[in-house]
Write a protein that binds this ligand. Structure first.
Ligand SMILES: Nc1ncnc2c1ncn2[C@@H]1O[C@H](COP(=O)(O)OP(=O)(O)OP(=O)(O)O)[C@@H](O)[C@H]1O
Ligand SMILES: [Mg+2]
Length: 265
């Protein structure tokens, strides 16, 4: 039987009186891969900001493992097992892929303490394992600056999963990726969902269809609807307020300003 990992109730964020987020109820099962879609400004990123402790809501709870994320700081939330990937990749360009991963491993204090007493070979094996998962095993010696935009995104996902989070929050992983990279990212997320619970925000409907999972539609801060992608994309409200407004096409995505360093360039 599947177990719930996250339960959100009455979560409200307001910026100077403007309700950016107003979620009555949201839950996520263990090892579920949930996709959150919705128009620009719907509150998707704000939702992730609350779950990782970056933004504090005015009201509400977000329970994980008997703890309320709303009451914890960012470091405590990381230690509880929540990993967040932001929209733009932030890897160290002048360091090798291996060293980027090593740094990520070292920021996990638990692992760092235990590595101190064990053979370094154990850390190396874990890094190689994760590099293989994210498709960068052949690039370990390369400076991260020379990676493609897609590879940088995968490296950052690798840096996250080295810390073995129970819940991964991933904001628009396919933005700026080529079709081939997008497909590869879809396979990566599907693989990762065998071990982790994942919430992924995405605009690219082709990518969302490829993931073929439960979709939550956010609109003006509220959950408009939730369900299997096939149902959601036929929902008249979703069509009127999101899909019908030409959101989610690759052409539109390519026009978005988050493309710095993108593979389309
Ligand atoms: N720190 C902030 N201060 C004031 N307003 C904010 C802040 N962060 C977000 N907002 C506003 O809250 C609303 C929700 O923003 P959010 O970034 O969560 O949307 P989004 O769904 O992620 O959009 P996009 O698809 O463009 O990434 C927007 O109207 C935005 O302008
Ligand atoms: Mg956003």
């Amino acid at each position: 039987m599947s177990k719930r990992i996250l339960q959100v109730e009455d979560l409200m964020v307001s910026f100077d009186g403007f309700k950016a987020l107003d979620i009555a109820y949201f839950e996520l099962e263990e090892k579920e891969l949930r996709v959150v879609i919705g128009p620009n400004g719907a509150g998707k990123t704000t939702f992730m900001d609350v779950l990782c402790g970056k933004t504090k809501p005015h009201t509400g709870t977000a329970m994980m493992d008997g703890k309320d994320l709303v009451r914890l700081n960012e470091q405590q939330i990381v230690e509880l097992g929540v990993g967040r990937k932001f929209q733009t990749p932030s890897v160290f360009g002048s360091l090798s892929v291996f060293d980027n991963l090593l740094l990520a491993l070292k920021t996990d204090r638990k692992v760092w303490r235990s590595l101190f007493y064990r053979l370094p070979a154990e850390g190396r094996a874990r890094i190689e394992d994760v590099a293989e998962t994210v498709g960068l095993k052949d690039c370990l010696g390369m400076d991260a600056a020379f990676l493609s935009h897609g590879q940088k995104q995968w490296l950052e996902i690798g840096m996250l999963i080295l810390q073995d989070p129970k819940l991964l929050l991933i904001d628009e992983p396919a933005a700026g990726m080529s079709d081939e990279e997008t497909a590869k990212t879809g396979r990566l997320l599907t693989d990762l969902a065998e071990k982790h619970s994942i919430i992924v925000i995405e605009h690219d409907m082709e990518f969302v269809k490829q993931l073929a999972r439960t979709v939550t539609v956010l609109c003006e801060g509220k959950i408009l609807t939730e369900g299997p992608i096939e149902k959601v994309q036929e929902d008249p409200q979703v069509i009127e307020r999101y899909l019908g407004r030409s959101h989610g096409t690759r052409a539109e995505k390519a026009a978005k300003p988050v493309m710095a360093g993108g593979a389309h360039a």
